[in-house]
Design a protein around this ligand. Structure first.
Ligand SMILES: [Zn+2]
Length: 225
């Protein structure tokens, strides 16, 4: 939906709300109870419409300063308070859906937060056509692991789950886990590729790709059937 159309609808909705307010809800004239109830309901429904169109507003005309104590700013078009949290998202059926903005790993040298909750910047998940995507961004915080106090470093973690395959990406690691490969529970071995015997490597369905100067490009894994 175009921004011009959104703006028109917001204006029209606000105008209608003001009209009802002035002429009925706060009018000096007395109306029968039933009429008042109807206009009350109408006002609420228009409020919902305002919110609906507001979700589509891209706040392109900037913000105006409100005359309130907190000195807040409101969108010139839809009236949304600047930096106020969004309670709902409205996503287009066609085209790319956008939720949130990129939040990078916080400075690893900055202070440690008292606990996990206070250290959290983003912790969100979406189930998208059957795949699950998680994004977590946090500052550094202390944690106890096996009765030992350790500091969890600031990080940005992206996790994608597609059926039996889970891909974990953080500041240092890209980890691909295939659940089917973990049939023998409890026994897990590992090592750098150069450490493994050729006999074993021949069983692994992986291909490493690299450039002419030996620079690492990536790894391909054939999905076990
Ligand atoms: Zn707006």
């Amino acid at each position: 939906m175009g921004q011009k159309y959104v703006q028109q609808n917001i204006r029209r909705t606000i105008r209608l709300m003001n009209f009802i307010c002035k002429n009925y809800l706060f009018s000096k004239k007395r109306y029968p109870r039933k009429t008042m109830d109807k206009f009350n309901e109408l006002y609420q429904t228009l409020g919902a419409a305002w919110e609906y169109f507001g979700l589509m507003c891209q706040h392109k005309k900037g913000y105006r300063k409100l005359k309130d104590k907190e000195g807040r700013w409101a969108c010139r078009i839809c009236g949304k308070i600047k930096n106020s949290p969004a309670w709902e998202y409205l996503l287009p059926v066609h085209g790319a859906k956008v939720i949130g903005q990129y939040v990078g790993t916080p400075n690893r040298k900055s202070k440690t937060f008292p606990d996990k909750q206070k250290a959290r910047l983003v912790d969100d998940a979406i189930y998208f056509h059957g795949a699950r995507l998680n994004v977590r961004v946090h500052h550094s915080y202390p944690s106890s692991l096996l009765d030992k106090k350790i500091n969890i470093a600031a990080d940005r973690i992206v996790e994608l789950q597609e059926k039996e395959v889970r891909v974990w990406i953080d500041s240092h690691l890209v980890d691909v886990e295939i659940a089917k490969g973990k049939a023998d529970k409890g026994k897990k071995y590992g090592g750098f590729v150069w450490e493994l015997p050729k006999k074993l490597l021949k069983k692994f369905p992986i291909i490493c790709s690299y450039g002419p100067q030996g620079q690492f490009y990536g790894v391909e894994i054939f999905r076990p059937k």
